[in-house]
Write a protein that binds this ligand. Structure first.
Ligand code: GDP
Ligand code: MG
Length: 422
């Protein structure tokens, strides 16, 4: 069984929380795109964990965790993340963590380039997290990337690094920054690359074997459909493919077909960073929702922009992900509202539409907001029939609006705080 767990919205839908819950039936968990530019928060009986690079399955002692070829990995960050978890008693060994030899190394000069570019843009920022993600993906496609496998061959690595650093210095000095020293770069690689070298392996062969043995494999996305490099709100997107159909490619089994795609959809909207966010709330209304939902970035601590559930955006997200079913998260957060705003359509140049637009049309879209009845407390409910009628009405309304059934409803951050809708 091959399942993908993916985001329907702008990210931070609670994917980490749902992977932590649903991973119990899976022997292998794979991350297939992105780097440490986003964060998953997982709260279970072992405590609260924030993961940027490691698959959420790392918190289950029996699962094997894969970091696929579609990822960009900063070894320094990874060493820090592994250290924080091992300090808290989580065992991480080459048996339960496998890094693809084909994954790309995110280098200190990628971070530098990211920072220099955001500074150059001054007030026209694209909301980069300054972790070097866009520059490292750009270099991957320029074929100037350093792959994990290079770390295992110091001789050829040295030559490669010297060539690439010389090329990178054309860019760096263009920003009026001092050139990068290849020796320093090599020392950094030796230190942090050396620490993760034992985990680097032929992930593709491993996954092939795992499939032949009939193991269940789960793919975990970072960010949501609206941040996909092709289908998202370009250029305010991530630099990778966040969609489910890319999961087998980015993990290392391009020939495989998914059996099941679970879309994680939030009961309201949040968005980190810049870009069009049509139904955005402001002022006191936004403040209350942000407080109620604890909407501050897991990777950056930045306050998240918030808004009501957005039907055009979520319906588009469901379609792009090809979701078979949905997990609706953070329903409990809306308990304080007497009436719940929902963005039911956009108005563009006076014309109402429920299709999600791109480019300039998206920038001109205005939200059409309607209200649903509030439902009060739901956090203690564990069966669908326990939910107040107005809460069931809200869920069934959203199902119909986005055209996909809701299978799970999350009513709290803890592992057991959810309802399965049969
Ligand atoms: P991800 O990036 O999609 O994994 O999501 P994040 O971890 O960045 O953001 C989701 C936040 O909401 C985390 O702090 C979770 O602990 C929390 N969370 C997840 N599901 C629920 C829920 O149903 N109710 C509440 N109140 N919090 C939740
Ligand atoms: Mg997140």
């Amino acid at each position: 069984m091959l399942t993908a767990i993916v985001g329907i919205n702008w990210g931070d839908e609670g994917k980490g929380r749902m992977v932590d819950l649903l991973s119990s039936g899976y022997e292998v968990i794979c991350r297939y795109q992105g780097g440490n530019n986003a964060g998953h928060t997982v709260i279970n009986e072992r405590g609260k964990f924030i993961l940027n690079l490691l698959p959420s399955g790392i918190l289950r002692p029996t699962t094997v965790n894969v970091m696929g070829n579609g990822m960009v990995i900063d070894p320094e960050h990874l060493v820090g993340e592994i250290g924080k978890l091992t300090d808290r008693g989580i065992e991480i060994t080459p048996k339960n963590l496998k890094i693809s030899e084909k994954a790309i190394v995110c280098m200190p000069y990628h971070r530098l380039q990211d920072v220099m570019e955001e500074e150059r843009l001054a007030d026209k920022k694209y909301g980069s997290t300054r972790r070097g993600i866009a520059p490292v993906y750009a270099d991957k496609y320029m074929k100037k990337g350093i792959r994990m496998e290079d770390l295992l061959h110091p001789g050829t690595l040295k030559e490669k690094v010297c060539d690439i650093v010389a090329w990178k210095n054309i860019t760096v000095t263009g920003y009026h920054h001092a050139p990068i020293d290849p020796e320093e770069t090599l020392a950094w690689l030796e230190k942090f690359g050396g620490a993760i070298a034992p985990y680097i392996t032929d992930v593709s062969a491993y996954l092939d074997e795992a499939m032949a043995e009939g193991k269940n494999i789960l793919f975990e996305a970072q960010l949501g459909a609206l941040r996909d490099i092709d289908f998202g709100i370009y250029p305010y997107t991530s630099s990778s493919t966040t969609l489910a159909s890319y999961a087998p490619i980015g993990a290392g089994i391009p020939g495989a077909r998914l059996d099941n795609t679970v879309g994680i959809m939030k009961a309201y909207s949040t968005c980190v960073g810049e870009g069009p966010f049509t139904a955005e709330l402001f002022g006191e209304e936004a403040e209350r929702l942000r407080e109620a939902g604890g909407e501050y970035g897991a990777a950056t601590g930045r306050p998240r922009r918030v808004g009501p559930f957005d039907i055009p955006a979520s319906r588009y997200g469901v379609r792009m992900q090809g979701a078979d079913c949905l997990a609706l998260t953070k329903l409990d957060v809306l308990s304080y509202l007497e009436k719940i705003p929902v963005c039911v359509a956009y108005e563009i140049d006076g014309v109402r539409t429920t299709e999600f637009p791109t480019g300039d049309r998206l920038l001109r879209a205005k939200p059409v907001v309607e209200y649903r009845e509030g439902f009060g407390e739901v956090s203690a409910c564990r069966r669908y029939e326990d939910l107040p009628a107005a809460a069931r009405d809200y869920i069934e309304y959203l199902e119909a609006a986005v055209g996909c059934p809701v299978r799970y409803i999350s009513v709290g951050a803890g592992r057991e705080e959810y309802i399965e809708k049969k």
